[in-house]
Design a protein around this ligand. Structure first.
Ligand code: FES
Ligand code: FES
Length: 160
């Protein structure tokens, strides 16, 4: 039986109430029910990092989190970190560093790094590499991604 649960989830500042199948993952809920397709689904098993979003401020894979378990949480997706048309400092750094090729891994990387830089605003290169170690990028070789996160750490002020 496909049991459904009523959920109330805040995504990028807007609250949604919905009836969701217990089998539906948070990434599928975001993409299919809310049409927030910025969050990418790669492996679907928690191994590639492409689906990372912020759940109550923590970076978390959303493919292995059932949507009903996110009931009552605050989610931030890649669509929620720009301010109007102004990209976040991390997004800008990814663009400026050329850290994006196909772009499939980028939303997950940016969300991971967003949470990481809040906890560690002045990281070393090794700390950055460790922070993104759960993310697979098939294109860039990671060097420019590490550079972008480092560049953002230099540019982000406490007001950002
Ligand atoms: S799609 Fe979630 S970790 Fe790969
Ligand atoms: S830019 Fe293509 S997978 Fe990372």
């Amino acid at each position: 039986m496909n049991k459904k649960e009523r959920v109330k989830i805040t995504v990028n500042g807007s609250t949604f109430e919905s009836l969701v199948s217990r089998r539906k993952s948070l990434v599928d809920f975001l993409r299919e029910d809310l049409y927030l397709t910025g969050t990418k689904k790669g492996c679907g098993t928690g191994d590639c990092g492409s689906c990372v979003v912020l759940v109550n401020g923590e970076a978390r894979t959303s493919c292995n989190l059932p949507a009903y378990r996110a009931n009552g949480t605050e989610i931030v997706t890649i669509e929620g970190i720009a301010t109007g048309r102004r990209l976040s400092p991390l997004q800008e750094a990814f663009v400026e560093s050329g850290a994006i090729q196909c772009g499939f891994c980028t939303p997950g990387m940016v969300m991971e790094a967003t949470a990481f830089l809040k906890q560690n605003p002045s990281p070393s290169e090794n700390e950055i590499r460790e922070a993104i170690s759960g993310h697979i990028c098939r294109c860039t070789g990671y060097v420019k991604i590490v550079e972008a996160i480092f560049m953002a750490s230099q540019n982000i002020t406490t007001d950002d």
